[in-house]
Design a protein around this ligand. Structure first.
Ligand code: AMP
Ligand code: ZN
Length: 114
């Protein structure tokens, strides 16, 4: 996906602040943070969104969640954090490459949808 912004970040063509990387995933700080800690973790393989996941991706998604747990620990998010994956237009997805937001560092209350 040559014009996909997150594919270009993974390739190093667009700068990013790397937080974590392994063979299948890349995590970096969101350019427009919505919380004191706001990290995005993406698969290195281009997948459009959660809606495009199939059985083939199960191992990768599982690994991504293990990596989220590691990152949260390293970022000191012991008191809690939120994992969000906006999927499609109604959810306000703006970048069509699967990504999980990791948000924390402040109390976000109990509401889910503003
Ligand atoms: P979403 O609206 O769920 O698709 O989230 C896309 C996220 O990507 C937003 O929170 C943006 O701030 C973030 N974003 C867009 N471009 C970049 C970039 N070059 N580096 C880091 N984060 C970005
Ligand atoms: Zn992509």
């Amino acid at each position: 996906m040559e014009d996909c912004i997150f594919c270009r970040i993974i390739k190093g063509e667009i700068p990013s602040t790397k937080v974590f990387e392994d063979e299948i995933s890349y995590a970096f700080r969101d350019i427009n943070p919505q919380a004191p800690v706001h990290i995005l973790i993406v698969p290195k393989e281009h997948v459009g969104s959660v809606a495009e996941l199939t059985q083939e991706h199960e191992a990768k998604v599982g690994r991504i969640f293990t990596n989220i747990a590691k990152i949260a620990k390293e970022e000191g998010l012991e008191s809690g954090f939120r994992v969000i994956s906006n999927t499609g237009a109604d959810a306000g997805q703006t970048v069509p490459h699967l990504h999980f937001h990791i948000l924390g560092g402040k109390s976000m209350g109990e509401g889910l949808v503003p």
